[in-house]
Write a protein that binds this ligand. Structure first.
Ligand SMILES: NC(=O)c1ccc[n+]([C@@H]2O[C@H](COP(=O)([O-])OP(=O)(O)OC[C@H]3O[C@@H](n4cnc5c(N)ncnc54)[C@H](OP(=O)(O)O)[C@@H]3O)[C@@H](O)[C@H]2O)c1
Length: 133
Protein backbone atom coordinates (compact mmCIF):
# COMPACT_ATOMS: atom_id res chain seq x y z
CA UNK A 1 0.00 0.00 0.00
CA UNK A 2 1.21 3.54 -0.75
CA UNK A 3 2.54 5.54 2.19
CA UNK A 4 0.39 8.15 3.89
CA UNK A 5 0.51 11.86 3.15
CA UNK A 6 0.14 13.96 6.31
CA UNK A 7 0.09 17.77 6.45
CA UNK A 8 0.92 19.57 9.71
CA UNK A 9 0.12 23.29 9.66
CA UNK A 10 2.69 25.25 11.69
CA UNK A 11 4.89 22.13 11.65
CA UNK A 12 8.12 24.11 11.79
CA UNK A 13 8.16 24.81 15.53
CA UNK A 14 6.46 24.24 18.86
CA UNK A 15 3.82 21.54 19.17
CA UNK A 16 3.64 21.15 15.37
CA UNK A 17 7.36 20.40 15.16
CA UNK A 18 7.03 17.87 17.98
CA UNK A 19 4.12 16.26 16.11
CA UNK A 20 6.18 16.00 12.92
CA UNK A 21 9.05 14.35 14.83
CA UNK A 22 6.69 11.81 16.35
CA UNK A 23 5.13 10.97 12.97
CA UNK A 24 8.59 10.45 11.46
CA UNK A 25 9.65 8.23 14.37
CA UNK A 26 6.53 6.08 14.11
CA UNK A 27 6.44 5.69 10.33
CA UNK A 28 9.53 6.08 8.17
CA UNK A 29 7.61 5.91 4.88
CA UNK A 30 4.99 8.56 5.71
CA UNK A 31 5.39 11.78 3.76
CA UNK A 32 4.97 14.74 6.10
CA UNK A 33 4.19 18.12 4.58
CA UNK A 34 5.43 20.83 6.93
CA UNK A 35 3.93 24.29 6.53
CA UNK A 36 5.05 27.66 7.86
CA UNK A 37 4.16 31.14 6.71
CA UNK A 38 7.70 31.44 5.32
CA UNK A 39 8.70 28.37 3.31
CA UNK A 40 12.36 28.90 4.34
CA UNK A 41 11.32 28.26 7.96
CA UNK A 42 9.71 24.95 6.97
CA UNK A 43 12.85 24.01 5.02
CA UNK A 44 15.04 24.88 8.02
CA UNK A 45 12.95 22.58 10.22
CA UNK A 46 13.49 19.75 7.72
CA UNK A 47 17.27 20.23 8.01
CA UNK A 48 16.84 20.05 11.78
CA UNK A 49 14.79 16.84 11.51
CA UNK A 50 17.45 15.27 9.31
CA UNK A 51 20.15 16.26 11.81
CA UNK A 52 18.11 14.32 14.41
CA UNK A 53 18.44 11.23 12.17
CA UNK A 54 14.86 11.40 10.90
CA UNK A 55 14.99 10.59 7.22
CA UNK A 56 11.41 9.92 6.22
CA UNK A 57 10.14 12.03 3.31
CA UNK A 58 9.40 15.66 4.25
CA UNK A 59 8.02 18.41 2.06
CA UNK A 60 8.12 22.15 2.87
CA UNK A 61 5.23 24.40 1.91
CA UNK A 62 4.32 28.05 2.53
CA UNK A 63 0.88 28.43 4.13
CA UNK A 64 -0.75 31.25 6.05
CA UNK A 65 -4.11 29.97 7.26
CA UNK A 66 -5.54 33.51 7.12
CA UNK A 67 -4.48 34.12 3.52
CA UNK A 68 -6.62 32.62 0.74
CA UNK A 69 -3.91 32.95 -1.91
CA UNK A 70 -1.40 30.84 0.04
CA UNK A 71 -4.12 28.28 0.85
CA UNK A 72 -4.99 27.97 -2.85
CA UNK A 73 -1.30 27.71 -3.84
CA UNK A 74 -0.79 24.96 -1.24
CA UNK A 75 -3.88 23.07 -2.48
CA UNK A 76 -2.62 23.25 -6.08
CA UNK A 77 0.89 22.08 -5.14
CA UNK A 78 -0.46 19.13 -3.10
CA UNK A 79 -2.80 18.23 -5.94
CA UNK A 80 0.04 18.18 -8.46
CA UNK A 81 2.66 16.46 -6.27
CA UNK A 82 0.57 13.98 -4.26
CA UNK A 83 -3.00 13.98 -5.62
CA UNK A 84 -4.48 13.45 -2.16
CA UNK A 85 -4.11 14.17 1.54
CA UNK A 86 -4.65 11.39 4.10
CA UNK A 87 -4.43 13.45 7.27
CA UNK A 88 -4.68 17.20 7.94
CA UNK A 89 -3.35 18.24 11.36
CA UNK A 90 -4.74 21.72 11.94
CA UNK A 91 -2.16 22.86 14.50
CA UNK A 92 -1.14 26.36 13.36
CA UNK A 93 -2.33 29.23 15.43
CA UNK A 94 -1.57 31.68 18.14
CA UNK A 95 -2.70 32.07 21.71
CA UNK A 96 -4.38 35.44 22.22
CA UNK A 97 -3.84 36.90 25.63
CA UNK A 98 -6.83 39.25 25.44
CA UNK A 99 -10.10 39.12 27.34
CA UNK A 100 -12.20 36.29 25.89
CA UNK A 101 -15.07 38.55 24.76
CA UNK A 102 -12.72 40.69 22.61
CA UNK A 103 -10.71 37.84 21.09
CA UNK A 104 -13.32 35.22 20.22
CA UNK A 105 -13.53 36.01 16.47
CA UNK A 106 -9.78 36.22 15.71
CA UNK A 107 -9.20 33.24 17.99
CA UNK A 108 -11.81 31.23 16.10
CA UNK A 109 -10.29 32.23 12.76
CA UNK A 110 -6.78 31.25 13.76
CA UNK A 111 -7.32 28.26 15.98
CA UNK A 112 -10.24 26.55 14.24
CA UNK A 113 -9.94 28.14 10.82
CA UNK A 114 -12.62 26.33 8.84
CA UNK A 115 -11.46 28.07 5.65
CA UNK A 116 -8.34 26.05 4.88
CA UNK A 117 -9.91 22.81 6.14
CA UNK A 118 -12.63 23.28 3.51
CA UNK A 119 -10.06 23.86 0.76
CA UNK A 120 -8.32 20.55 1.51
CA UNK A 121 -11.57 18.55 1.64
CA UNK A 122 -11.34 17.14 -1.94
CA UNK A 123 -7.83 15.81 -1.23
CA UNK A 124 -8.99 14.19 1.96
CA UNK A 125 -11.84 12.46 0.09
CA UNK A 126 -9.11 10.67 -1.85
CA UNK A 127 -7.33 9.61 1.35
CA UNK A 128 -6.19 6.03 1.80
CA UNK A 129 -8.54 3.82 3.83
CA UNK A 130 -7.44 3.04 7.39
CA UNK A 131 -5.45 -0.21 7.76
CA UNK A 132 -7.43 -3.31 8.79
CA UNK A 133 -7.59 -3.86 12.58
N1 LIG B 1 1.54 25.81 23.83
C1 LIG B 1 0.41 25.70 24.55
O1 LIG B 1 0.42 25.62 25.80
C2 LIG B 1 -0.94 25.63 23.85
C3 LIG B 1 -2.09 25.47 24.61
C4 LIG B 1 -3.34 25.38 23.96
C5 LIG B 1 -3.41 25.48 22.60
N2 LIG B 1 -2.27 25.66 21.88
C6 LIG B 1 -2.42 25.75 20.43
O2 LIG B 1 -1.56 24.79 19.81
C7 LIG B 1 -1.07 25.33 18.59
C8 LIG B 1 0.45 25.32 18.57
O3 LIG B 1 0.93 26.00 19.70
P1 LIG B 1 2.48 26.22 19.95
O4 LIG B 1 2.65 26.52 21.39
O5 LIG B 1 3.26 25.10 19.34
O6 LIG B 1 2.72 27.59 19.16
P2 LIG B 1 4.07 28.23 18.53
O7 LIG B 1 5.29 27.58 19.07
O8 LIG B 1 3.91 29.69 18.67
O9 LIG B 1 3.96 27.82 17.01
C9 LIG B 1 2.87 28.31 16.26
C10 LIG B 1 2.95 27.69 14.88
O10 LIG B 1 1.82 28.16 14.16
C11 LIG B 1 2.29 28.81 12.98
N3 LIG B 1 1.40 29.92 12.67
C12 LIG B 1 1.06 30.98 13.43
N4 LIG B 1 0.20 31.78 12.79
C13 LIG B 1 0.00 31.20 11.58
C14 LIG B 1 -0.79 31.53 10.45
N5 LIG B 1 -1.52 32.65 10.40
N6 LIG B 1 -0.78 30.69 9.39
C15 LIG B 1 -0.05 29.58 9.40
N7 LIG B 1 0.75 29.20 10.41
C16 LIG B 1 0.76 30.01 11.51
C17 LIG B 1 3.71 29.26 13.28
O11 LIG B 1 4.40 29.31 12.05
P3 LIG B 1 5.33 30.58 11.62
O12 LIG B 1 6.74 30.07 11.70
O13 LIG B 1 4.88 30.87 10.24
O14 LIG B 1 5.09 31.70 12.60
C18 LIG B 1 4.20 28.10 14.14
O15 LIG B 1 4.66 27.05 13.37
C19 LIG B 1 -1.65 26.74 18.46
O16 LIG B 1 -2.82 26.67 17.67
C20 LIG B 1 -2.00 27.11 19.89
O17 LIG B 1 -3.04 28.06 19.94
C21 LIG B 1 -1.06 25.73 22.47
Amino acid sequence: MASKIILVTGGNRGIGFGTVQQIARLSSDTTTIITARDKAHAEKSITELQSLGLNSPFHALALDVTDDSTIQAAVTEIDQKFGRLDVLINNAGITLLEPFERSIRPAHNLVHNPKHKRHFRPHRHRALPPPPP
